[in-house]
Design a binder for this molecule. Structure first.
Ligand SMILES: [Zn+2]
Length: 325
């Protein structure tokens, strides 16, 4: 996430609990947890920095405290593959300078990360020293964090817009570069989005702290925006174009915008009004669309634990365009 605290999809997956217990001891005997932004920034002043060239800039990589046992070649390949996914979605890497602190800990997992914007994009991500190539290939967390750096920071009330955007865009970015099959991407969406629907008493999204609402409710918003832009522009505009425009106009997450400015900028990219209209609904009103009908229109049909993609569905062209570079 972009302000403070770990991404909760990772915590819920069970890897977050390892973060503190697994930290190694530094020379002082105090575990360098790199939880606070000041500690993370200090690592870039005091420890060796590698510059990894990405499309439109570079990633400054610090592997915290040297991390003996961590396979650096695997780590660098994973960073490059994640950066290529995000660069493909946004047309280039979202910021010219991204500071990335990799903190090793015992275990086989990859992930559990926090991204900050103030003072420039910086991410801390934890990686198990026993993580193998398959674990790196399956990771989604680094791509999720790289999507966060693309958009301006927002006030706390609109955190659902940020988490929803990263949740929605991350699998698409991986699909664009062949790291995730489109059918699997849509299966995950069909599984996940119902977790974002409002409970009995819930109304608008603004200010919500419920993880399902923040991540999957926010992702549903961006899927509906995707469909609305497609319809309003007869297929000529796209959410991808809108988000590229927001990225270029803002310069990424080092600035804070109002959500109203973000949606107005997104609308301006395609000459639409639907982003602002949908935002106003989601922010203040209860929105619970018929998800079965929605995915049916996209041509995503459940089949034996997976999904089948139907190219005759009304929005099949949109669905295919989402995962086409
Ligand atoms: Zn996040």
């Amino acid at each position: 996430m972009s302000r403070a605290g770990p991404d909760r999809r990772a915590v819920l997956a069970g890897v977050g609990a390892l973060a503190v217990a697994g930290a190694s001891l530094g020379a002082s005997g105090v575990a360098p947890l790199y939880e606070a932004l000041d500690d993370i920034r200090a690592a870039f002043d005091r420890q060796p920095v590698e510059r990894l060239a990405v499309d439109g800039g570079y990633i400054r990589l610090v592997i915290a405290d040297g991390a003996p046992g961590l396979d650096r070649a695997l780590v660098q390949a994973w960073i490059h593959a994640s950066a290529r996914a995000v660069s493909t979605y946004f047309g280039r890497y979202p910021v010219p300078d991204h500071a990335l602190l990799v903190v090793a800990e015992p275990g086989r997992h990859v992930g559990h990360a926090t991204t900050f914007g103030e003072g420039g994009a910086v991410t801390r991500i934890r990686v198990g020293t026993e993580a193998d190539r398959a674990a790196f290939d399956l990771d989604w967390v680094l791509v999720h964090e790289m999507v966060h750096i693309a958009l301006p920071d927002l006030p706390r009330r609109a955190l659902w817009l940020q988490e929803g955007n990263a949740t929605y865009v991350e699998p698409i970015a991986r699909a664009l570069v062949g790291r995730l099959a489109p059918a699997e991407m849509w299966r995950e969406a069909v599984d996940g989005i119902p977790k974002g629907l409002p409970d009995g008493g819930e109304v608008g999204m603004d200010g919500t702290r419920a993880w399902g609402r923040l991540y999957w409710g926010g992702a549903l918003f961006w899927l509906l925006v995707e469909i609305a832009i497609y319809r309003e522009t007869n297929g000529k505009g796209s959410l991808r174009n809108a988000l590229r425009h927001v990225n270029r106009a803002s310069g990424g997450n080092a600035v804070t915008w109002s959500p109203e400015r973000l949606v107005a900028t997104a609308d301006a990219a395609n000459g639409t009004g639907s982003v602002g209209r949908l935002y106003a609904c989601f922010a203040t009103e209860r929105v619970a669309p018929d998800l079965a009908a929605l995915v049916g229109e996209l041509g995503v049909r459940g089949a034996g634990g997976g999904v089948l993609l139907d190219d005759r569905a009304p929005l099949a062209g949109l669905r295919a365009s989402i995962t086409t570079p």
